[in-house]
Ligand binder design. Structure first.
Ligand code: 1CP
Length: 345
């Protein structure tokens, strides 16, 4: 693990060739994933099989020799553990049979029992056993805000109207819920560390629903509670933490706080400007627009080279996409991206 380029970057060290991994690296764009996936009707049932999770996490490593592996699971395991009844059916996004629709639903929530997510911790152990010994494994959770948004909305949505109405009508209950989720996320991440992960990423995938003030009040404030607890805990205080905020309505420089090792940039962020203002403060991960992967090889190479040359001397750069890879992307295009990263520098 000492020679991991990914961990070096998280400790603000430069690498001649930047480490690379990418969001949703295990998933639907890989034919070998589809082959396993078709054995399960509900995606969550697959997440509950630790050996299968390990096998899926290994797939992109074997294909592309990436510099970090990510636990195969989902951010919505926590709301499921709170008894909101999660299912993912064929061709659909997540659906909760028992979403949060009133203050009473929050008051009557099941107490979070971290042991009910034992299948995730066993997946961490199985994955550590399966991947190369020197390859770091990233554990993760959703931000409390993003988990609350899914739990209230009852699934994915374009406008998250129910969530916004709930926020306007029941802000105090929402704060209570965010508090419950923050504590659950902390326990969940700690247990992932105890099971073997080497870094953590928090996904605030619905940050863009919030205005600048709301982002601080409903999202960052609770994410900070998680990271504070992790940093105060001798078991977890050495583990680097990466934050991904999707298209936030706030300057990225104002999103950084002391417990973060790395900020994962959404593809709309200007990595050039940010690399100047964040130098020596945090590592930067990002941020190729995932849509570039449906372009010609030449365009992919050009866009990759642009990022790599801008970030060449940045202390702590990790190449990633600016959001998850989408299912229609051809794995051969990923190959082009990775070659360009490794040959260019
Ligand atoms: O049917 C299928 O095959 C399910 C597709 C799928 C996969 C492969 C889902 C359902 N989740 C995952 C795995 C997953 N999800 C990983 C591990 C794999 C990896 O990165 O290699 C991780 C880290 C996540 C995290 C996740 N789940 C996020 C945060 C990242 C992001 O993209 O912003 C979010 C928002 C989810 C919710 C989710 N899970 C699955 C879907 C289709 C969605 C999005 C639904 C929506 O649009 O709201």
């Amino acid at each position: 693990m000492k020679n991991s380029k990914f961990l070096r970057a998280l400790n603000l060290k430069t690498n001649t060739i930047p480490p690379v991994w990418f969001m949703r690296q295990a998933g639907r764009y890989l034919p070998e994933y589809q082959k396993v996936r078709k054995n399960y009707s509900n995606f969550l049932d697959m997440c509950k099989e630790p050996k299968t999770c390990a096998e899926l996490a290994l797939q992109p490593i074997e294909r592309f020799n990436l510099d970090a592996s990510i636990l195969f699971s989902d951010i919505l395991t926590i709301p499921d553990a709170l008894n909101l009844g999660l299912a993912f059916h064929e061709g659909e996004g997540p659906k909760f049979s028992n979403p949060i629709s009133s203050t009473d639903d929050i008051n009557n929530l099941y107490a979070f029992d971290v042991n009910s997510l034992d299948y995730v911790f066993r997946a961490v152990e199985e994955t550590k056993n399966l991947i190369p010994a020197n390859l770091p494994l990233i554990g993760f959770c959703g931000s409390p805000w993003t988990l609350a948004a899914y739990s209230i909305e009852g699934g994915g949505s374009k406008d998250f109207k129910k969530t916004k109405t709930f926020m306007a009508e029941n802000p105090n209950a929402l704060h209570d819920f965010l508090e419950i989720l923050s504590d659950a996320c902390y326990q969940y991440l700690k247990q992932q560390v105890l099971s073997g992960v080497n870094a953590l990423q928090i996904f605030d995938s619905w940050a863009d629903l919030l205005s600048e003030n709301e982002l601080e009040l409903f999202s960052l404030r609770y994410t900070k509670k998680i990271t504070q607890k992790l940093k105060d805990d001798p078991i977890t205080n050495h583990i680097p933490i990466i934050l991904f905020e999707k298209n936030p309505n706030k300057d990225i420089t104002d999103l950084i706080f002391k417990d973060l090792s790395c900020i994962s940039l959404y593809w709309t962020s200007d990595i050039r400007i940010l690399s100047e203002s964040l130098k020596n403060e945090v590592a930067i991960q990002g941020n190729l627009d995932p849509k570039v992967l449906s372009e010609s090889d030449e365009i992919i190479q050009k866009e990759v080279q642009k990022i790599c040359s801008l970030m060449k001397d940045y202390p702590g750069f990790i190449f990633n996409l600016g959001h998850g890879i989408t299912p229609e992307i051809k794995p051969a295009k990923v190959e082009v991206m990775i070659k360009a990263i490794r040959e260019d520098t």
